[in-house]
Design a protein around this ligand. Structure first.
Ligand code: DON
Length: 553
């Protein structure tokens, strides 16, 4: 998040009328201009949105190594125009079969610092390669060869580092000093990396070449699998050939809810994003937001309260539904939202506890594509924290995730993102850690009108929520919507409202403090991007917080 606050404010003024990219045909928005080029070229050459998305996912693994990946996982929402149906692809990492509930605790039951983040034990079984093959098998039209080749070319020939990327590699030098291949790839032995350095990834290029020639099998049950497993077993990791062979991708129905006249579809379990977005929109629907101007004190207070309820429930009730029966219907019901709304409206000091109001009882990356035929992809994938575990499996060029930290490694103990969890999200073999990734597609009258998503750890869900409200309540265009300053509340720490540097006026900060809120400036929240479909065409909007790019034509 390299943008200074002055630039940020100037941008907000300038962007008040700017729309990022307009097109009558197709739009691609991603975190990196080279990946956007790759996705746009595939569309120009006759590929569809899925072809473009798959090519982008492979390209980002090369040009955006902090988040783009082969060694991680994620979620894709895909709206198929012909079928008039939205699908949710779950290619989230899962715990190895040898994983145990207390694997990150010492003999006294205390969390062993950093074990779930920076070690061979931190990695879940990666899903990205299988995910991309699955969606391509079902909906792609071009050959996989065409979709992987651009990534191979960039990996082998190299690409110029931006100032941000060069600084970022230098910043994470300690993380890369772990004895794995990441030392020779991400640390420059002679001097710091600088803007314009050409970054070549020979091993990753070879790995991609093998995947292109031999298909996904080579990753899950071939030479690449063998290399990953050899490195893991030599270094105390758990991932075995069986783990890789047995890894499954799921094609699911998305979770959808109504907000006013719109249908909001997002990612179901093992993401918490869809449930939380629907729960929050349901509550907000009970308030007349035309009375609240954007980021006014009343608006922020309301959002903070609503967010707090959703995150409290997330902590107690949500986990991989194949292992834990979450009360999804209740959490996303209008009834439940009414009860919470009444509590908020009563004005009394509401203490938020998960579920007591029931009637009865710098890292991840998001990209969006819309093609000529109106097919829509909304995809978020990740290694978890920047560069995941920081470990490159020997001889593969593949950075491995540290997604095991997204489990509740000890009930009540916050993970990297400050999120606490319960039994619902405890570690079990083959279980998927609860995620906040929220790729979302919004429909009106049965057809998509917007796609949106973001990285940001725990702040993903609240970022996506505010982008949606910015468009549908505050009448912002997509560029303004993703760039506007955001706030965040995640239940714990209690009464703590996170704001962005200079995002909220001093008066409002004082006002919130006088009402008992602690205000924390965390840095920028999320790097959202999205596309809106209007009567006169498609508008792609990318976040001004980071290096993002949109191409429409
Ligand atoms: O799945 C999740 O919720 C996290 N692993 C996402 C991490 C993330 O967004 C990192 N980006 N800032």
């Amino acid at each position: 998040m390299q943008m200074g606050w002055k630039v940020f404010i100037i941008f907000l003024i300038v962007s008040s009328c700017a729309k990022d990219n307009h097109s009558n045909n197709a739009v691609v928005v991603t975190r990196h201009h080279l990946a956007t080029d790759v996705g746009a070229n595939i569309l120009r050459e006759g590929g569809n949105a899925v072809d473009s998305a798959v090519a982008v996912a492979f390209a980002l693994a090369v040009v955006n190594p902090s988040a783009g990946n082969l060694g991680g996982g994620g979620f894709m929402l895909y709206y198929d125009a012909k079928k008039n149906k939205t699908f949710a692809l779950d290619y989230r990492e899962r715990a190895p079969q040898a994983a145990t509930e207390k694997m990150f605790l010492d003999k006294d039951g205390e969390v062993i610092k950093n074990l779930s983040l920076n070690s061979y034990l931190a990695a879940g079984v990666p899903g990205t390669v299988k995910g991309m093959f699955k969606i391509h098998d079902l909906f792609g039209s071009k050959s996989m060869n065409d979709l992987i080749s651009p990534a191979i070319k960039i990996a082998k020939k190299g690409f110029e580092l931006s100032a941000f990327q060069a600084e970022n590699f230098n910043k994470y030098e300690k993380k890369f000093s772990n004895g794995s291949d990441s030392e020779s790839i991400f640390i420059n032995a002679e001097r710091d990396f600088e803007e314009g350095d050409v970054f070549i990834q020979t091993d990753l290029g070879e790995t991609l070449d093998l995947i292109k020639k031999q298909g996904q099998e080579v990753f899950y049950n071939g030479i690449i699998a063998e290399k990953i497993v050899a490195d893991f077993s030599n270094n105390g990791g758990l991932i075995t050939i069986e783990d890789l062979k047995d890894y499954r991708v799921f094609l699911k129905d998305p979770i959808c809810g109504d907000y006013k006249e719109y249908e909001v579809c997002s990612m179901p379990s093992p993401s918490s994003g869809g449930v939380a977005i629907i729960q929050m929109l349901n509550i907000i629907e009970n308030f007349d937001l035309s009375e609240y101007s954007h980021n006014s004190i009343e608006y922020i207070k309301l959002l903070a309260k609503v967010m707090s309820f959703a995150y409290a429930d997330r902590s107690k009730y949500l986990g991989d539904q194949n292992f834990f029966n979450s009360p999804i219907e209740k959490l996303t019901s209008k009834n439940y939202a009414n009860i919470i709304s009444k509590k908020i409206k009563s004005g009394e000091k509401v203490s938020v506890e998960p579920g007591i109001y029931f009637y009865e009882g710098d890292q991840t990356t998001h990209f969006s594509v819309i093609d000529f035929d109106g097919n829509v992809v909304s995809n978020t994938y990740t290694l978890n924290t920047a560069y995941g575990s920081g470990i490159v499996a020997k001889g593969t060029g593949i950075l491995m995730n540290n997604e095991m930290d997204d489990f509740s490694i000890k009930p009540g103990t916050p993970n990297f993102w400050g999120l606490v969890g319960s039994k619902a999200n405890s570690i079990e073999p083959n279980k998927r850690p609860l995620s906040s990734m929220t790729p979302t597609i919004i429909m009106y009258d049965g057809a998509p009108i917007m796609t949106i998503g973001s990285p940001g750890g725990s702040k993903i869900i609240t970022t996506v929520l505010q982008c949606i409200l910015n468009v549908f309540i505050h009448d912002m265009n997509i560029k303004q919507a993703v760039c506007a300053p955001r706030i965040h509340h995640q239940w714990l720490p209690e009464n703590t409202v996170y704001i962005e540097p200079n995002g909220i006026s001093k008066d409002i900060i004082k006002n919130l403090q006088s009402r008992g809120h602690t205000i924390k400036t965390y840095g920028y929240m999320g790097v959202a991007n999205g596309i809106i479909i209007e009567d006169d065409g498609l508008y792609g909007g990318t976040d001004c917080r980071d290096e993002t790019s949109a191409i429409g034509y």
